[in-house]
Design a protein around this ligand. Structure first.
Ligand SMILES: [Zn+2]
Ligand SMILES: [Zn+2]
Length: 125
């Protein structure tokens, strides 16, 4: 007797209509929530899922965050939860849409140059 087994990586997206002001690019955007997991299939039927990770990507600049798994599970159950900044661990800053975009917190100066300090008011970026 033998089993037809397969292990695959999969991804599931969740709809979330939470409007955010992006902390990376400063624009309005949306959170795109998705989960990645490893699934074991037996006779082509997914029987076991593990290694679940929840991620959040911003629609504005594509910044990627790892999401607190408790929040992720609630979203997966279809609950209306609000994702707060403290639930997120940044993996990578966006740059897919405007690479190197920086905005000064102090005076609002915008630049795409790789300055460490704001050339206008001297605040550290
Ligand atoms: Zn952004
Ligand atoms: Zn400034």
């Amino acid at each position: 007797m033998f089993f037809i087994m397969g292990i695959t990586e999969d991804r599931k997206d969740f709809e979330l209509n939470q409007l955010i002001t992006c902390s990376v690019c400063g624009k309005y955007g949306r959170f795109i929530v998705f989960m990645t997991y490893t699934v074991l299939s037996l006779f082509f039927i997914p029987t076991f899922k593990w290694n679940k990770h929840y991620y959040v990507q911003t629609s504005c600049c594509g910044s990627l965050y790892e999401l607190d798994p408790e929040i992720g599970k609630a979203i997966a159950r279809g609950e209306q939860v609000e994702i707060r900044q403290e639930n997120l661990t940044k993996i990578s800053s966006g740059g897919g849409f405007s690479s190197g975009y920086k905005k000064c917190r102090q005076c609002g100066y915008e630049t795409t140059e790789d300055f460490e300090y704001c050339p206008k008011c001297g605040t550290r970026f």
